[in-house]
Design a protein around this ligand. Structure first.
Ligand code: FES
Length: 153
């Protein structure tokens, strides 16, 4: 177990500042674990969004030492022991509080996407036929977990 230093953005879109924390980190911990420890022991009002802790839901996206990352998938051993870990929100989105952003713009855009209309000739006596090449084409987009790391500027 070793003490590690964290700088975490505290505030909202109008104003905020970095707060410094120091806490124990055990082997195998990810950045989200440490944020939860800080929240439990030193900053009960620290806002952070997360859900699955398995890299599936996309809700723990944030900037860790200036890089867009999922906090639940970022191991503490990626960083030097004497390195301060700086955590902020993704810069793209307005800050609601601390590490939580408003990503509703994406949902508004999603509503504008028109549903796929299948061509009448694609209908056979077995129903609509989908070709494997068409399935492959959309498969990549089906993997999106809506973390929005790709939108970070
Ligand atoms: Fe779900 Fe990190 S908590 S992706």
């Amino acid at each position: 177990m070793a003490k590690r230093k964290f700088r975490i953005y505290r505030g909202d879109n109008a104003k905020g500042e970095f707060a410094d924390y120091e806490t124990e980190v055990q082997e195998g911990m990810v950045v989200l674990d440490v944020i939860h420890r800080i929240q439990a022991e030193q900053a009960n009002d620290l806002a952070v969004r997360w859900n699955c802790k398995a890299g599936k839901c996309g809700s723990c996206s944030m900037e860790i030492n200036g890089k867009p990352k999922l906090a639940c998938m970022t191991r503490m051993n990626e960083y030097q022991e004497d390195q301060t870990i700086t955590v902020t929100t993704l810069k793209t989105f307005p800050v609601i509080k601390d590490l939580v952003t408003d990503v509703s713009w994406n949902y508004e855009q999603n509503k504008k996407i028109k549903p796929v209309k299948l061509h009448p000739q694609a209908k056979s006596d077995r129903g609509y036929v989908m070709y494997q090449e068409d399935v492959d084409r959309v498969q990549e987009f089906r993997k999106c977990i809506e973390c929005y790391l790709c939108q970070d500027i």
